[in-house]
Design a protein around this ligand. Structure first.
Ligand SMILES: O=P(O)(O)OC[C@H]1O[C@H](O)[C@H](O)[C@@H](O)[C@@H]1O
Length: 277
């Protein structure tokens, strides 16, 4: 159905009452509410719903490139492209992107990317399946750029990364090792954690809740908060909204790329779930 942005949006509803909203533009999840109606994802109050601009917040799909790991524009073109619904029901939808002539001018490797989003009681599952439909291998990096809503950035932290090596994107990708039990936010932070455990969590002491991010097939995890200056520099992001979000992004980035042979499919997935404490 079309919403007031004029874009096609699918609303998923689980029998328990949880909901999610997914745009065909970018196969972009913009909302996930659990059974109590609580919103789990951050969406910028200045987000622009005008293709080919990517929507700010929710879960942008970064494909076939994460960040600057390749020749394409930042984060590749999937988030700027129109997907088609190919399957689904009330609580699940599968969208497809097939490379067109414009994509092939930028990235001369035909592929089909399927994105499936399903919701359960207190859970959202998102799967990427990329098939090389051409006759030559190609390399890809990718991420599910998940913006988690938090009550206040000074009450949020990320756990599960102690002892993990990371690339600091604010220091020319210098390699460092995470020393702390948890990552707190007191300044801009932009890191690619390499070969991480598959279960990570954004803990929100202000709401007594944690969102668990469980990943499969994504070796890395990016943690990002733009803080004051970068937030002020983003036209589609409210100046103070850095206080309301933490990005925890399952990725193939510093540990990539993945080489995809002709006819083969690469699959990766994240499961977000809510825990109250
Ligand atoms: O502004 P965007 O292209 O959406 O990127 C937003 C952010 O994405 C990732 O988290 C990167 O690690 C950051 O370096 C980047 O600033």
């Amino acid at each position: 159905m079309d919403d007031n942005t004029g874009l096609q949006k699918i609303t998923l509803r689980a029998p328990s009452g949880s909901t999610a909203e997914v745009y065909c533009h970018g196969a972009h999840v913009t909302s996930w509410k659990t059974t109590s109606g609580e919103e789990m994802l951050f969406l910028s109050n200045k987000a622009v719903f005008k293709p080919p601009k990517a929507i700010r917040g929710g879960i942008p799909v970064c494909f076939p490139q994460f960040g600057g790991f390749g020749p394409l524009a930042q984060h590749g073109f999937a988030r700027n492209s129109e997907f088609t619904v190919v399957d689904g029901g009330s609580s699940s939808v599968t969208l497809s992107l097939q490379t067109n002539e414009d994509h092939l001018k930028l990235f001369p490797h035909p592929f089909e990317l399927l994105v499936t989003v399903s919701i359960g009681d207190e859970e959202l599952e998102q799967t990427l399946e990329a098939k090389n439909t051409g006759d030559k291998p190609f390399e890809l990096t990718a991420a599910l750029h998940t913006y988690i809503a938090v009550s206040s950035i000074d009450k949020a932290h990320v756990v599960g990364l102690k002892g993990v090596e990371y690339m600091d994107s604010l220091q020319d990708k210098k390699r460092l090792k995470e020393g702390g039990d948890s990552i707190t936010f007191t300044d801009e932070l932009d890191r690619i954690y390499l070969q991480t455990p598959d279960v990570l969590e954004v803990v929100d002491e202000g709401k007594n809740r944690a969102i668990q991010v469980e990943k499969e097939g994504f070796p890395d995890a990016v943690v990002w908060n733009p803080w004051i200056q970068k937030a002020a520099g983003m036209a589609d992001f409210g100046d103070d909204q850095y206080k309301e979000m933490v990005c925890l992004e399952p990725a193939v980035a510093g540990s990539g790329p993945v080489t995809l042979e002709p006819g083969k499919t690469w699959k990766a997935k994240q499961t977000l779930s809510l825990r109250h404490f």
